[in-house]
Design a binder for this molecule. Structure first.
Ligand code: SF4
Length: 444
């Protein structure tokens, strides 16, 4: 299979990497870089180290060499996404099963003063805007792929209530950096220039969506740079990625678990969500962390989990059916089968628009290697296996973020900052990417 074909027509990369270099040179703003899970198994390949090579530490070192003041990890926000999306799924399941919602966690107000001040202002706004709504219907669909979101809004608007309201990990990271981290620095959101490095051309459009904007604020993510464009930046500045000494991400938004990195693979969001939702619901870990049935490059995969007999009342013995679609064509087939009443009823469905998931994204390196996706996929799973912590709800920095700033998962402030809404665009004739410039399109 050939990677790097955008499934939703966002083939004209609006290239902003030279602007990013200018911003770095100008030193006018605090420069913050965040990087998506799938980039670390592909940037080395872009620069000649071969498919499947993992260069996380060198990638961070290269970002520092470019001049970024802070280097954080979108994987942190992938763990945060699981906290939000897993809680949302459990809420929908409880409603569908006729169960009472769990008791709300106590709000801990013993937080640092800078974060408390920022939190109080945001909480007042969240309460005033009434963001917190009841659980939506089943099946719930994942929402971290802008290619899939565009497909739903244009072709399947009736599915909008079924989409998780969670922003993508990158956009969650944007909100956390511009609100929480800015407050920690004692700065305003506009003092920070946030650059997101992604495997995805559609992320450029996602960052501009009106539904992502907070009232009175600019975009949370100022620039989106693809893996290939990141490679061009390093070539331009003659930064030799492969020979750099490894460097760590900055604290606290650089900590992540193995569950976060598998977001890069098809099935990874689902597997990460199951690791957390199962354990939070039944009080014990998944019998096996690797959910083999939803791994691999098949276009449609499914799995069924049965909750144990000693699960809390109302949950014992219930089954959870999930499906994973990789590629928009396979998602359409799955929807057709569901519409015709064939096959099982699902509770939770992951859709990623690119074959293989983000490892095969439109901004990733082009390759003639027929095994390239499998090599990248293996590298991602290897990173998970080597992680000391492999479940999102055990990310201590994420837990601290809730304690210090957000409150509880799916709470009012979390909803205001980390969730979004969708728009029926089925009558819109203009392509979603019509404003994109075609100049400086990628050289393949
Ligand atoms: Fe972007 Fe990943 Fe979706 Fe492809 S699968 S459109 S790379 S978010």
């Amino acid at each position: 299979q050939c990677a790097a074909v955008c499934p939703v027509g966002a083939i004209a990369e609006r290239s902003e990497w030279r602007e990013v270099l200018n911003q770095l040179d100008s030193k006018r703003k605090v420069m913050v870089c965040v990087t998506a899970p799938a980039v670390r198994v592909a940037i080395g390949e872009e620069l000649g180290t071969g498919p499947g090579s993992v260069t996380t530490g060198q990638m961070v070192a290269a970002q520092r060499a470019l001049g970024f003041d802070y280097v954080f990890d979108v994987n942190f926000a992938a763990d945060l996404t699981i906290m939000e999306e897993g809680t949302e799924l459990l809420g929908r399941l409880r409603t569908a099963w006729g169960l009472e919602p769990p008791a709300a966690a106590d709000d801990d107000s013993s937080s640092s003063s800078a974060s408390s001040a920022g939190r109080q202002g945001h909480q007042d706004e969240a309460a005033g805007r009434g963001h917190h709504q009841g659980p939506g219907p089943l099946p719930m669909f994942t929402s971290c792929c802008p290619g899939w979101i565009t497909t739903v809004e244009k072709s399947y608007p009736e599915l909008i209530p079924h989409l998780s309201t969670c922003k993508s990990p990158a956009q969650m990271m944007g909100a956390v950096v511009k609100c929480y981290f800015a407050a920690k620095l004692g700065r305003q959101a506009e003092d920070i220039c946030l650059v997101s490095i992604a495997p995805c051309t559609a992320k450029k459009y996602e960052a501009e969506r009106a539904e992502m904007l907070r009232e009175g604020e600019g975009q949370d993510i100022d620039y989106v740079v693809t893996t290939r464009e990141f490679g061009r930046m390093l070539r331009e500045r003659r930064i030799p990625l492969a020979s750099l000494l490894e460097a760590p991400f900055d604290h606290p938004l650089g900590e992540s678990t193995g569950a976060a990195v598998i977001f890069g693979n098809t099935g990874g969001v689902m597997e990460a969500a199951l690791r957390t939702a199962y354990e939070l619901a039944v009080g014990q870990p998944l019998p096996k962390l690797e959910v083999a049935a939803i791994r691999g490059l098949a276009g449609i995969k499914e799995a069924e989990l049965t909750l144990p007999d000693d699960a809390p009342p109302g949950l014992a013995g219930r089954s959870l059916r999930v499906a994973v679609a990789s590629g928009i064509g396979h998602a359409r087939h799955l929807l057709q089968a569901m519409h015709s009443g064939q096959g099982p009823r699902y509770d939770f469905i992951e859709v990623m628009a690119c074959p293989g998931g983000c490892i095969g994204g439109g901004g990733q390196p082009k390759s003639r290697d027929p095994l390239v996706l499998l090599k990248r996929m293996g590298a991602v799973y290897n990173l998970d296996e080597r992680s000391t912590i492999r479940k999102s709800h055990q990310n201590q920095s994420v837990l601290q973020l809730y304690k210090e700033f957000l409150g509880e998962p799916n709470g009012p402030l979390a909803h205001q900052l980390l969730h979004t809404s969708y728009t029926d665009r089925s009558r819109t004739t203009l392509p979603a990417y019509s404003t994109w410039e075609k100049e400086d399109a990628p050289q393949h």
